[in-house]
Design a protein around this ligand. Structure first.
Ligand code: GDP
Ligand code: IMO
Ligand code: MG
Length: 428
């Protein structure tokens, strides 16, 4: 039993893709189990940069199987664009990719619904990636107007189902926007039939495949998407995504019981970022925030939006580390902090004069949070080529030890640059 899970403990973009890529060679199968093309995972290896959205990062490793499991929502157009771009770069995907017949599909009406809803919310908009993720998950939970991969591959079933769905969605969309001309059923049907043909060789019952693989002693790595603070049940609701992006979602999204996961790794940036709306207690809306944004190249992989930057929030990460029962944490982008004289860590919150280390569950309480900081000295040295923990400057070690202490988890991995090679593995 040596399967591993890699999940983000903040608001996404913690460098999960890099960590999964790094650990992939020790595993046989990489599984994406939630989200869709709202995710953007950057992997830098051998001087090449790959930006993956739907395909698991394991696809970059020859001989490794990649699985898109039942909890993922798939936009076929985006999926094939990504697949074709990888193939054009010489990555042979064919027999190494499996897609769940239970995965739900994104359709044009999902993006249309999302853009109307987000626009109507004005300043209170969630700030979604506009990929139709939320409406697709909503239809999944609602059941009556959802279409799964397995439906798409049954021609007659699909035609009938799509007809009903488009008729309903046209009534809905015209109700929301009287100028809307309506979706063209025949055009969508035709387009999705061409996708069906292309999907066919990859689609299978991935749950059964993973169960058999585990019986055969195969090692799986579960690649998280989004971050735990974006979890629909446990995150900063409603400014979250529509799935369980904490460790809580692994079992539901893949069909693999938790008992098979021998190591749960929580990935954290050495500071905090988020894209989209919602309160963000230690936000640095100033020169320091801009310095971190520029040094860390903090612009969204999917939408190009500037990421909101702030100090490391140990209250939030302590909460998410417990939520998923992480065994250890991987601290990434530590090199970015090398430009700073002093570094702050939020060790507690003050709400209405009361100090707490519990993360509040209501967004209004989060808005009233006053962060309590611990200030640590910076190291002002380039650490991006350091390979051994012992060679890090003392102040960098102190910073890592502080994060570890406040989060309550050992640090087993430190990343000091985007490349696979820029990683310190043994952090004792
Ligand atoms: P993910 O969504 O969690 O996989 O993270 P993203 O790929 O969206 O964002 C992480 C960004 O940081 C990417 O551009 C990575 O190439 C980059 N990155 C990863 N690790 C490091 C690091 O240790 N230092 C620096 N400077 N950049 C890193
Ligand atoms: P990775 O896997 C960062 C954010 C969006 C928005 C909220 C809801 O790269 O870490 P959605 O389109 O999911 O309905 O948007 O969630 N979001 C992410 N932020 N990284 C991601 O993925 C994200 N996926 C969704 O910006 O605030
Ligand atoms: Mg990302």
């Amino acid at each position: 039993m040596s399967s591993t899970a890699v999940i983000g403990l903040q608001w996404g973009d913690e460098a999960k893709g890099k960590i999964v890529d790094l650990l992939s060679p020790r595993h046989d199968i990489v599984v994406r189990y939630l989200g869709g093309n709202n995710a953007g995972h950057t992997v830098v290896c051998n001087g090449e940069t790959y930006k993956l959205s739907l395909l698991p990062s394991g696809i970059l490793h020859e001989g490794q199987i990649s699985v898109i499991a039942s909890g993922v929502v798939i936009d076929p157009k985006a999926f094939f664009a990504e697949l074709d771009a990888l193939t054009a770069r010489g990555i042979a995907v064919d027999s190494r990719l499996l897609i769940s017949d239970r995965a739900h599909l994104i359709f044009p009406h999902h993006q249309l619904e999302e853009s109307i809803l987000e626009a109507s919310l004005k300043d209170d908009a969630i700030g979604t990636t506009m990929r139709g993720i939320g409406p697709c998950y909503r239809d999944k939970a609602g059941r009556t107007h959802a279409i799964r991969m397995g439906d798409l591959l049954r021609a007659d079933f699909f035609r009938k189902r799509l007809q009903d769905v488009i008729a309903y969605k046209n009534r809905l969309l015209v109700g929301l926007n009287p100028d809307f001309e309506g979706l063209d059923f025949e055009a969508i049907y035709k387009e999705y039939c061409t996708y069906a043909e292309r999907f066919q060789p990859y689609v299978t019952n991935t749950t059964a495949y993973l169960h058999d693989a585990l019986d055969d002693g195969k090692r799986i790595i579960f690649e998280g998407a989004q971050g735990s603070m974006l979890d629909v049940d446990h995150g900063t609701f409603p400014y979250v995504t529509s799935s369980n992006s904490s460790g809580c979602g692994i079992h539901a999204g893949s069909g693999v019981p938790e008992k098979y996961i021998s190591k749960m790794i929580g990935v954290v940036k050495s500071y905090s970022t988020r894209v989209g709306g919602g309160p963000f207690p230690t936000e640095l809306d100033d020169e320091t925030g801009q310095l971190i944004r520029d040094t860390g190249k903090e612009y969204g992989t999917v939408t190009g939006r500037p990421r909101r930057c702030r100090w490391f929030d140990a209250v939030a990460v302590h909460y998410t580390a417990r939520l998923s029962g992480v065994d250890c944490i991987a601290v990434t982008l530590l090199d970015v902090l090398s430009v700073l004289d002093d570094i702050q860590v939020c060790e507690a919150y003050e709400i209405d004069g009361e100090r707490t280390t519990h993360f509040p569950s209501h967004v209004e309480d989060l808005l009233r949070v006053k962060p309590v900081y611990r200030t640590l000295p910076g190291w002002k040295t380039d650490i991006s080529q350091i390979k051994n923990y012992a060679d890090l400057p003392e102040n960098a070690k102190r910073y890592i030890a502080t994060i570890s202490e406040l989060v309550g988890s050992p640090v087993e991995l430190v990343s000091v640059g985007p490349d696979r090679e820029q990683t310190i593995i043994d952090c004792q």
